[in-house]
Design a protein around this ligand. Structure first.
Ligand SMILES: *[C@@H]1O[C@H](CO)[C@@H](O)[C@H](O)[C@H]1NC(C)=O
Ligand SMILES: [Mg+2]
Length: 398
């Protein structure tokens, strides 16, 4: 049997190689800006959808946004692109894999409908910061005037109560104690230091919240805060999850050949490009060693350089879930100029100066590495990115 006979014929690239590929799309700055669609996005998706409304290649949308339900984001995107979208990965989506915590009592801190988000991810026993605050009003002394009609974003309460939970080992009726390490497991989604909103200059992102939390904990205890896992781009965990979803799509279509090439299209050097390159490095090492032990590299699932005691168990969990065995062998990055990256900017934008070694805007547990912020290709917009990828893959959609 020739390889071509293994493929579903009407999905076959009409000429060229039989390498199959999948696409990872960033959303903000690539497909939309604020609520406005980027014109090139519709143009790109006209090429990506066949006459039956199906995507011609497996693809996922990968965003570090986290303050809404996955379905809400998918619905917004469907509306904007004019095609039905359901493959969205939010910064919190990989939490679905951490099954060992799903039955534990979990404190959730974040914006948006956090309880509903957590329940959708599989958590059955969830407590929000608001619920804690109401149960222990004396703990929230940072708040002098809590009767707002519209809830503003107040980090002090979340920082205070998270530190309380860590230092009391989850029993808020007791006093702070120096905890035996490790402290309660901490999972963080989205480490973007800044993000672009309507203001001229970047705004604090969730990464800035983490900087505060890490430093408060270190100052009080003298010890480093440790993450059980860090997810959202550029963490490898998020790319493993994306690869897995692309692999599942190919399986649903009954493609017999693996999706070996991935392309990640994004506008942010520190998240999209760094993340794609980091994952590509992992895939290349894996291919080079052809050694299942390379899975130990999955310790980097956390994206963390700090060892966590449950590491082995976690890797087992991931192996069980078949996530740890990617079929892909490469992940190439494509940078677009419709978002935070601006090649013509006179004043260095956040994305530009964060790549200087002296100012590293990546997370504490990620190292600066100039090779990781080097995009595979730079194009004007997402339509050009799709053209370029089709050309590189010699793919001609019907
Ligand atoms: C929590 O701490 C309080 C005060 O030290 C103690 O009386 C109580 O038994 C503790 N609760 C649990 C569940 O350990
Ligand atoms: Mg973006």
């Amino acid at each position: 049997q020739t390889p071509s006979a293994l493929l579903c014929p009407h999905r076959l690239p009409s000429r060229g190689s039989l390498r199959l590929f999948g696409l990872l799309f960033d959303i903000d700055g690539v497909l939309v800006r604020g609520r406005m669609p980027i014109p090139a996005a519709r143009k790109a998706f006209e090429k990506l959808v066949d006459s039956q409304g199906q995507f011609v290649v497996p693809l996922v949308f990968v965003t570090n946004a986290g303050n809404c339900l996955r379905q809400t984001k998918a619905d917004q995107l469907s509306h904007i692109l004019g095609v039905p979208v359901n493959q969205v990965i939010m910064s919190h989506s990989p939490l679905r894999m951490f099954k060992k915590f799903h039955d534990k009592c979990v404190l959730v801190s974040g914006q948006g409908p956090v309880l509903e988000i957590a329940k959708n991810l599989g958590f059955k026993n969830v407590v929000s910061i608001d619920m804690l605050r109401e149960s222990y009003p004396l703990l929230d002394m940072v708040d002098h005037n809590r009767r707002p009609k519209l809830l503003p974003i107040r980090w002090e309460t979340n920082l205070q109560l998270i530190v309380d939970v860590l230092l009391t080992n989850g029993n808020l009726s007791s006093v702070h104690q120096i905890q035996k390490m490790p402290h309660l497991p901490l999972l963080a989604c989205n480490m973007d230091l800044m993000w672009m909103a309507e203001a001229h200059s970047p705004r604090f992102g969730h990464g800035t919240f983490l900087v505060c939390l890490e430093n408060i904990y270190k100052k009080i205890t003298g010890k480093d805060l440790k993450y059980e896992a860090l997810m959202g781009k550029p963490s490898e965990l998020t790319y493993h999850f994306a690869e897995y979803l692309i692999r599942s799509q190919a399986m649903q279509r009954q493609w017999k050949l693996p999706i070996t090439s991935l392309y990640a299209i994004g506008d942010n050097l520190m998240t999209d490009i760094y993340g794609a390159n980091l994952y590509n490095r992992y895939l290349e090492e894996r291919v080079a060693r052809k050694n299942p032990k390379a899975i130990a590299k999955m310790a980097a699932v956390t994206g963390s350089t700090t060892a966590v005691p449950q590491e082995e168990e976690e890797i087992d969990n991931l192996r069980e879930s078949k996530l740890a065995l990617p079929a892909a062998t490469s992940c190439k990055s494509v940078l677009v100029c419709t978002g935070v990256y601006n090649p013509k900017a006179g004043v260095p934008s956040d994305a530009n100066h964060c790549i200087k070694e002296t100012v590293f805007h990546g997370h504490r547990d990620f190292r600066f590495d100039p090779a990781l912020v080097e995009p595979g290709n730079i194009v004007q917009d997402v339509a050009d990115a799709v053209d370029l990828i089709f050309e590189q893959e010699k793919f001609v959609p019907k």
